[in-house]
Design a protein around this ligand. Structure first.
Ligand SMILES: [Ca+2]
Length: 532
């Protein structure tokens, strides 16, 4: 009798659980991806920014001021978010990450997971690396980039004829010519001269349709700006007549220590610069670039606002989780870098804003360290879906409930050539290691005393380097386990790039798990000029 009763309770509990999971009133998800937006947003404390729409959203949501992406390039960052995993193989750190590896994880990707649990899934604009979700010639003919994820994946039907053309779209349908098109453009015309207004219009139409969908949906809307070229209607440039304040020369200088500096290949090689002008040596040209970036942000902000208004006007706001996320930041001359593709704060830090029905303390920011891999488990949690096993992130619900909740972990960043970083509330360690386990570079920054990364403290604080290296070593990393002998190796710290000793102190550090520089990494480095 007792066992029968227990079975009845078990059956009842199972039924309740199934009802909760399959309820038609589970919240929708509006996931807005922005391309290359650093924290130059009013709500994130940027005084020069003009972002009223993002600021208004922030008043109703949780702003995460210390959100970090996993990889500072578009395709790999998006792969980490959609996969919910750190980049465990070298290919996960490239822009081809999704296309090349989805067979291993695509069936359990963020959108596929929602689709499996009854959601209608849609992706408009740039959500994966390729807008529209196709690969091949002009990103228009090849196989799907992430098969099985979407019920619908598309770009707006505008004057740009292909997804590749809309990605770098100039005014009124003009496509980029690699190496000769300008890095910025201010067309004297309406917002519809550029792609993001078309993305917004298509999103508005789609939200009207989804209002009557009858089942929950996951709608990804991907904007293109402020990704290069920094192009927007002229009126947005006029809004930024004052520009962005100049950088302190020390901040704009190339680091004098062995560093992650690179030659800004995307900016210098993929675009034509008039008369060879260079923002590192031409202050007026630097101001023009920074102003163009700010104008592109404001233009995108206005389009994003249109989408959020449509959500409200269609009566969807009360039952929709809204996430705004940027795939990484962008250095506008800091460290003499114009781009991402490095592990500095400005490349890895990007906006994350989350709003859900019933959010506590809306408008209060969270300074906790959080990562892009946290988005997948957070959305599953907020929508009552099971959280798949094996994800590297964790739900941000504690920070949504309490904006003062402390950081629960450090943030990890990955780049090519054996480069890794870890960011805590106070410190960032960046390490590059060679195949033999020797550390060829270590950079340690103290954001409490030096938020602009103007001093490398690696030699001053070997104890912090050791502590953070141990954090790196504990990070789940399948690549490490694939390299026999790694775990038994020892990092030889204190060795400079050319192999000479830099200091008498050389703490022995175990576990160069991230040290293996593969052929693929070397290839990525070589092709960096064309990374975007
Ligand atoms: Ca990007």
């Amino acid at each position: 009798m007792t066992s029968l009763l227990s079975l009845s309770f078990l059956a009842l509990a199972t039924a309740v659980s199934a009802t909760a999971v399959s309820a038609a009133d589970r919240p929708n998800v509006l996931f807005i991806a922005i391309d290359d937006l650093r924290n130059d947003v009013g709500a994130f404390g940027a005084a020069h920014a003009k972002t009223p729409e993002l600021d208004a959203l922030a008043e109703t949501a949780r702003v995460f001021t210390h959100h970090y992406v996993q990889v500072p390039t578009c395709g790999a960052s998006r792969c980490a978010l959609l996969r919910g995993r750190y980049p465990t193989e070298p290919v996960h750190r490239s822009n081809n990450a999704i296309r090349s590896t989805h067979a291993d994880w695509g069936a359990r990707s963020l959108p596929a997971w929602f689709r499996r649990h009854g959601y209608r899934t849609l992706a408009l604009g740039k959500i994966t690396h390729h807008p529209g979700g196709l690969t091949g010639k002009h990103w228009a003919e090849g196989p799907e980039e992430l098969p099985g994820a979407w019920d619908r994946c598309w770009i707006p039907d505008g004057p740009w004829k292909t997804p590749e053309a809309i990605m770098h779209g100039y005014a009124n349908g003009v496509a980029r010519e690699r190496g000769s098109s300008p890095p910025w453009e201010a067309f004297d015309g309406p917002d519809e001269a550029y792609p993001d207004a078309w993305v917004a219009a298509e999103a508005i139409t789609t939200l009207q349709e989804l209002a009557d969908a009858g089942r929950p949906w996951f709608f990804g809307v991907g904007f293109f700006k402020p990704h290069l070229p920094f192009a927007a209607p002229k009126r947005w440039f006029e809004l930024h007549a004052a520009g962005i304040p100049d950088l302190n020369p020390a901040v704009a200088a190339r680091p004098p220590w062995p560093s992650g500096w690179h030659a800004s290949g995307e900016f210098r090689k993929n675009y034509g610069h008039p008369s060879g002008r260079d923002p590192d040596t031409d202050a007026d040209y630097a101001r023009r670039m920074r102003r163009a970036y700010a104008a592109s942000v404001s233009y995108m902000d206005a389009q994003l606002g249109r989408v959020l208004r449509a959500l409200r006007e269609n009566g969807l706001e009360g039952n929709t989780v809204v996430v705004v996320w940027s795939d990484h930041g962008f250095l506008l001359g800091e460290h003499a870098i114009w781009g991402k593709h490095c592990l500095y704060e400005g490349a890895l830090r990007s906006p994350l804003i989350i709003r859900h029905p019933g959010l506590s303390h809306p408008g209060v920011t969270s300074p906790a360290i959080v990562e892009s891999v946290d988005v997948f488990p957070t959305l599953a949690d907020l929508c009552g879906l099971p959280v798949p096993e094996g994800l590297d992130g964790r739900s941000l619900r504690p920070h949504l409930a309490d904006p003062a909740a402390p950081s629960g972990k450090a943030a990890h960043g990955f780049w090519t050539g054996g480069q890794r970083t870890v960011r805590t509330d106070r410190w960032r360690l960046i390490v590059q290691a060679a195949n033999d386990g020797s550390v060829t570079r270590a950079e340690l920054f103290d954001y409490r005393t030096d938020p602009e990364e103007s001093r490398n403290h690696a030699m001053d604080h070997p104890e912090i380097v050791r502590e953070l290296t141990n954090v790196l070593d504990r990070t789940p990393d399948r690549a490490r386990r694939n390299h026999a002998g790694d775990s038994a190796g020892r990092v030889r710290f204190g060795t400079s790039r050319n192999g000479t000793r830099r200091s008498g102190s050389s703490p022995e550090l175990r576990g160069p798990s991230w040290a293996s520089v593969t052929k693929e990494d070397s290839k990525n480095d070589h092709e960096e000029t064309h990374h975007e």
